[in-house]
Design a protein around this ligand. Sequence first.
Ligand code: C2E
Ligand code: MG
Ligand code: MG
Length: 564
Amino acid sequence: MYRPRNDPAPLSSAFLKLPDTLLLVFNKEGRLNMISDAWVEALGYDLGELEQHCFFDLLYEDDRAECQERLAKMSEEAPTQRFSSRCYRKEGGYLGVVWNLSFEAESGLFFASAHETAVHLSPEEPHLPDVFVDGLTGLPNRSLFLDRLEHTFRRAERRQEMQFAVLHCGLDRFKVINHSLGHRMGDMLLTSVANLIRNTIRPTDMVARLAGDEFGILLEDIRDVSSTLHVVTRILQKLQLPFMLNEHEVFSTISFGIVVKGEEYQLPEAMLRDANLAMVGAKELGGGAYMVFNKGMHDQAVRRMELEMDLRHALEHNQFEAYYQPIVNLKLGTLAGFEALVRWNHPEKGLISPVEFIPVAEETGMIIPLGRWMLQEACRQLKHWQTTLPGTQDLTVSVNLSCKQVLNAKLLDDVRDALANNGLTAQSLKVEITESAMMQDTERAISLLEQLQAMGIRILLDDFGTGYSSLAYLHRLPIDTLKVDRSFIRHLHEKGTDRHFVETIVHLAQRLQQDVICEGVELQEQADILAAMGVGYIQGFLYSRPVVANEATMLILTGLTPKN
Ligand code: C2E
Ligand code: MG
Ligand code: MG
């Protein structure tokens, strides 16, 4: 319990609920007004002995001057200070702490909460625990955060009912600000955000700078997850006002990942890891949002990690297979070619969709050898059809290229090799790229696509309509065909807006002398509407799902018929 002295301080209830936190209250002369049990325990003195001390007596001599300087700076206008110092322990050595001081002008009292750095320095080791403080923001750093979290874990073991939460926060689009306004402004923004968070949470909670534009918040003694949401809402509300940085108004938002301590967590690192995952999820929602970590997310993350590890060996174990989906000439109802789509036959998990593993392959760089393999395989298969089946000379195959491949210097060699090794003409091969690949490094992508085009390879812009592309720049891109994304086809027969969109694309493509392929055609009704618009090609379940090579051979031999 606290030990109130004669003039009781107006302590907030938040303080009173936390008897085992390092808390002190003292006046301008340093006379101690209240001291929490945790101090008595941490420093090893009796309460009676501590009552004889003034605040400055607790500090290591060399640290006193700085502390006094900091106190002198505190006023109604600047009511908080944070710094580190060492405190004497009765049995020798020091306790390293980071102070979080606030000044209440009305009572003239200082409220000091401290985070123990758990570094019990001996006099032979007279280094300040500055390794625990972030140089830019003055906040505790990641090590101290984890240390404090560890401490909180231990306290929670003793107090079953105690609940606490970790929030992993990341500034949205910080890189853009850093690049457009410069690093100095970036630093100022980080400091401002650090202060904003610090002033929004309770003094007994902790905010730390974990890395770059990422902060961690530890909320102790919360009721349940809703308490954390209050904090998040308060921070987001404050962020609705811009920061004034060097006369620039800078708006910023933060994404939050939230984890409330449960039995599944034995280690602070695990909790922080999951909070980070939830934050990534929140960012994917578009930023300025929060996500609470749950078991589903955890399982998903574990699966992704397993995929990542298994993916490394999938190629050498021949686990990939190319599937082929027909592209139909809508006017003639004939087969124009195939799109090659990769599948992963996982020995334990079964068939895995590219939607799931392509992003992992992109992140790990595996997409380069995998993409090379697909190019080879698709070319080999098409050449096989062309040489063994009559009337297949004009068939083409389209291979998807991820943006990593488009930006890879070796791509041209890979394409040349795939054609040469299989004796396939460049006119038989098409490549599909998405708008996002074009956006990352437009000039470089354009130059590469032009080189492919010069070889005779045709370029398809995939998933058209889902990215950021402005119609205005479409004529600059070396594109032969637009593939309208299936999201515009799905409701084509019900929604006028989708019909108008597709119509506009068809007109535009005609003007630019580009072909149009509509993806995801499942119904005859949709095919009829597209035919009436003058769309040249369609692809979708109406004619066939993607199938293995043998089944594709059957489709070539028997011809295509719509399914309904
Ligand atoms: P995508 O290139 O847009 O491929 C079309 C996707 O739509 C395929 O999904 C196909 O199965 C699906 N689809 C086709 N017709 C219909 C339909 O009528 N209804 C519905 N609901 N879906 C239809 P899939 O095979 O799962 O591939 C998904 C995405 O994965 C592809 O989208 C492509 O972006 C990527 N991908 C597939 N194979 C490769 C590859 O070899 N390399 C790279 N980089 N990406 C690939
Ligand atoms: Mg595609
Ligand atoms: Mg597509």
